[in-house]
Design a protein around this ligand. Structure first.
Ligand code: PLP
Length: 283
């Protein structure tokens, strides 16, 4: 595939950044994963706005304006065969400099993008649901920044995998925050809630699409906190993320969720989500 590195499009195997890059040395950078359907990026503007917000929070300027970056993304998709590209990974780091913690004076951001296919979500995940575990939130207090520092997430998703589970849900001070790579929704009395924006929640684009679709269709979905002690009695639990869309959770720490089957509200939300994506493909 073709990658983008600081203005150049080149074969992935030839794409290089310095070992002195602060992304490599300090995880001093942020990223986005943008889903692409039929060669068209989905919610591109929302992803680019979130990127700008993340950069601003780590005191970096955007490497170029949204329009210009959007153009580079579209060109990358085209160069990768259009519909063969199903996700764009975009990373911006503070750049290359001799290793020293404070910001270097003269430094240029490193902008890297890659395109890749997304393995289809297995049909059984949607039909039967996935398993999750809960875990104490060992991350930092700025999870609203889409930082490339993902070691806690890597460790916890491996722990989930070791337990035969798909995802881990972070619990901080008794409240469920989000998954290691997803946002979370829980249904009580037929009403779904997802934790509001806060320092331990990434403002997920897919979460926002679900909230928007629910609003449009009059489905009972809103923001609200989820007590960890209440999670086991949820009627439904779902996960959202750009590449997995909406997934039902049917096992929580080894116990069934609700009746152990994906629930009716999940179905309505997934149908709405797929319809929205269908509109994009048909455009
Ligand atoms: N929360 C975390 C920690 C994530 O890494 C992700 C994305 O991978 C999400 C939530 C979901 O965000 P989005 O829907 O924007 O992909």
């Amino acid at each position: 595939s073709i990658a983008y590195v600081n203005g150049a499009f080149l074969p992935l195997g030839e794409a290089r950044v310095s070992i002195l890059d602060r992304g490599f040395q300090f995880a001093d950078g942020v990223y986005e994963v943008i889903p692409v359907y039929g060669g068209r990026p989905f919610r591109l503007d929302a992803h680019l706005r979130r990127l700008e917000r993340s950069l601003n929070e780590i005191r970096m300027s955007p490497p170029m304006d949204r329009e210009a970056l959007g153009e580079r993304i579209r060109e990358l998709i085209t160069r990768n065969g259009g519909s063969d590209c199903q996700q764009v990974y975009l990373q911006v780091t503070r750049g290359e400099a001799p290793r020293n913690h404070p910001f270097p004076r003269e430094v240029h951001p490193t902008v890297v993008m890659t395109c890749s296919p997304v393995p289809p979500v297995p049909a059984e995940w949607v039909q039967d649901g996935v398993s999750v575990i809960t875990a104490e939130d060992i991350r930092w207090a700025r999870c609203d920044i889409k930082s490339i520092a993902l070691l806690p997430n890597v460790m916890m998703r491996q722990k989930a995998a070791d337990a035969g589970a798909y995802e881990a849900l972070w619990v901080h001070e008794g409240a469920v925050q989000e998954g290691a790579a997803s946002n979370v929704f829980a249904v009580y009395g037929g009403q779904a809630v997802t934790p509001p924006d806060g320092p331990r929640v990434l403002p997920g684009i897919t979460r926002d699409v679900v909230l928007e679709l629910a609003e449009e269709r009059g489905l009972p979905v809103s923001t609200g906190s989820i007590a960890a002690s209440d999670l086991a009695r949820a009627e439904e639990i779902w996960l959202t993320s750009s590449t997995k869309e909406v997934l039902p959770v049917t096992r929580l720490d080894g116990e069934p969720v609700g009746d152990g089957r994906p629930g009716p509200l999940f179905r309505s939300v997934l149908d709405a989500y797929r319809a929205r994506i269908g509109e994009l493909r048909a455009r």
